[in-house]
Design a protein around this ligand. Structure first.
Ligand SMILES: Nc1ncnc2c1ncn2[C@@H]1O[C@H](COP(=O)(O)OP(=O)(O)OP(=O)(O)O)[C@@H](O)[C@H]1O
Length: 287
């Protein structure tokens, strides 16, 4: 059977002990060879979702299929095939990069020392400096190098470009793009830097209050979606099936529509960026 998805998340829920929060209903897919941008405000549920995928958190409900199979955390093979970068990642501080390779060689059956050395060169990281002396951006690049060097098929990156300078962000994005080139791998990337997501993602998943609001291919979002500013009577003329979200303004409504070509000609859609859409989805009401 031809496998078309690297990851399928279906109706996943997680409640933290003693709290009603966490995630309520999260579903989305990472198709082969694609990068999915995960967008949501602080506390929306991105890290919780990622924790249930990599198995650091136990989900309370729903299904997660990785490479077509239901995830079984007891299978070490799954762990080998998932590369992870979290912004609070701890690497052994007393080691230098050249020693770190030996450690990961023991940890990962498919550790690729050559690939790791190439990434260290590519990111211009020092070989002989103790890791605890690395800046935040350098540590991030090192974590990305590790995640890319054990032949994982799925990468989970939580804020992996945070703290990097623009050149460093571009280098990380280039390395990620190359990683999915063979169409057999996939990446889930959360970031508050929407310009990074706009540059690199093939599709986007928007999450708010622990629920997925919208899962959409980037080209469709930029080509077909639009934001229209309309007076209350114009709002009534809109076909409700294309209203994704709306927000009341002083004079009427800002409305995110899924097909800007099917709005009445008296209304002109604004040219939209992912930032505009994110703001309307996060701060507005669901259509
Ligand atoms: N360890 C925890 N115990 C209790 N509640 C938690 C815990 N971790 C997260 N939460 C709650 O779960 C919800 C989702 O949080 P999560 O960390 O997944 O959000 P996020 O989208 O990753 O946010 P950010 O952008 O700030 O990283 C929030 O309401 C948060 O308060």
């Amino acid at each position: 059977m031809m496998m078309t998805s690297i990851l399928e998340v279906e109706h996943v829920q997680k409640t933290y002990k003693g709290s009603t929060l966490g995630i309520k209903d999260v579903s989305f897919t990472i198709p082969n060879g694609s990068i999915v941008g995960f967008i949501g405000e602080n506390g929306a549920g991105k890290s919780t979702t990622m924790g249930t995928i990599i198995g650091t958190l136990r989900k309370d409900g729903g299904t997660i299929r990785i490479f077509g199979e239901e995830m079984d955390l007891n299978q070490v093979a799954f762990k080998e095939e998932i590369g992870v970068v979290f912004d609070t990642m701890q690497l052994p501080g007393d080691l230098t990069v050249d020693k770190l390779g030996n450690v990961f060689q023991q940890l990962y059956k498919r550790w690729d020392q050559q690939a790791f050395s190439d990434y260290i060169d590519f990111f211009s990281l020092p070989q002989h400096k103790k890791i605890k002396g690395f800046s935040r951006g350098m540590s991030m690049k090192l974590s990305v190098s590790v995640a890319l060097s054990h032949h994982a098929r799925l990468l989970i990156l939580d804020e992996a470009t945070a703290g990097l300078d623009p050149g460093g962000r571009d280098d990380v994005l280039a390395a990620l793009r190359e990683f999915v080139q063979d169409q057999k791998r996939g990446i889930l990337l959360s970031s508050h830097i929407t310009s990074d997501i706009e540059k690199i993602a093939d599709s986007l998943v928007f999450i708010k209050g622990g629920e997925v609001l919208l899962e959409v291919e980037k080209f469709a979002l930029l080509d077909h979606y639009g934001i229209v500013q309309c007076a209350p009577d114009q709002y009534e003329q809109l076909e409700k099936s294309i209203v994704v979200a709306y927000r009341k303004t002083g004079e009427g409504f800002d409305v995110l529509v899924s097909n800007k070509r099917s709005i009445p000609s008296s209304m002109k859609p604004k040219h939209v960026s992912i930032d505009d859409i994110t703001l309307l989805l996060m701060r507005g009401e669901k259509g």
